[in-house]
Design a protein. Structure first.
Length: 258
């Protein structure tokens, strides 16, 4: 008797709850189903398309399509999201590579160099590494501004191009790197000549001689290509004569390393 009474009480409580639940599920009009809004997960409701995460493949396709349209900012967003959300996907390595490409084509060369370096570090045996190393060199090469500035970027480009030539001598990118190396040498020769010319006008012949000798020893072909050799020979001859007279006290410019 006691058991039967307890069952009746449970049925009563459920019957009292049903009208309230029914009201919540159908209230709203115009076809609005509030139950899906409030209890979507419990009732098996689907997320709206705007909140559903794209798959790794979808992000890869989106990124490549944006690259083709030269929409590098959105391409970068797609590839970064792919890398972040699906780090173990087969498309993750593509994302890592294309992040560098998107930055490079967007002329963000310093960031591109970092992205390419990371790829080379993480995937040293990948077949695209010759391309990646070449792109590192080009990123530094294109960061360069003028020959009167510090040639740090040119030197970084030289080192990257040399890596391609040394590590992948038979690759097409090694041949391209050789051509770019000569362009870097021309820049380095022009920089050394500009500094030497400054010393020469200041009468700092020891510093002038050192710079001009560097050009002849390391960049002679590049200097000839630039048409500098005649001026170099003239300036060097006078510097040699002046230096033969004896060394004078170094100027403040020489002491500062200019």
């Amino acid at each position: 008797m006691r058991i039967g009474l307890e069952k009746i009480r449970k049925v009563y409580r459920f019957a009292a709850f049903v009208p309230l639940l029914s009201l919540v599920l159908v209230t709203g009009g115009c076809g609005t189903f509030l139950g899906e809004f409030y209890f979507g997960d419990l009732l098996g409701g689907k997320k709206s398309s705007s909140t559903v995460d794209k798959t790794a493949e979808q992000l890869a396709v989106e990124g490549m399509q944006k690259m083709q349209k030269k929409d590098y900012d959105d391409a970068l967003k797609a590839f970064r999201k792919l890398k972040e959300h699906y780090p173990y996907s087969k498309y993750a390595i593509l994302a890592e590579l294309k992040i560098g490409d998107a930055l490079f084509h967007d002329k963000k060369y310093s960031e591109a160099a970092i992205a390419y370096e990371e790829f080379a570090r993480l995937h040293p045996r990948n077949e695209v590494v010759p391309y990646v190393l070449y792109q590192i060199g080009m990123s530094h090469f294109l960061t360069f501004t003028t020959t009167d500035r510090d040639p740090e970027e040119t030197q970084a480009a030289i080192e990257a191009f040399q890596r391609v030539v040394q590590m992948f001598p038979q690759s097409d990118y090694a041949r391209r790197a050789q051509k770019q190396l000569f362009e870097c040498q021309k820049r380095a020769a022009a920089h050394e000549f500009n500094v030497a010319s400054l010393y020469y006008r200041m009468g700092e012949y020891f510093a002038t001689r050192a710079r001009l000798r560097t050009i002849n020893e390391k960049y002679s072909t590049a200097a000839k290509e630039l048409g500098l050799q005649k001026d170099i020979d003239k300036m060097l001859a006078k510097s040699e004569r002046e230096c033969a007279k004896g060394e004078k006290k170094p100027s403040v410019w020489t002491r500062l390393g200019f």
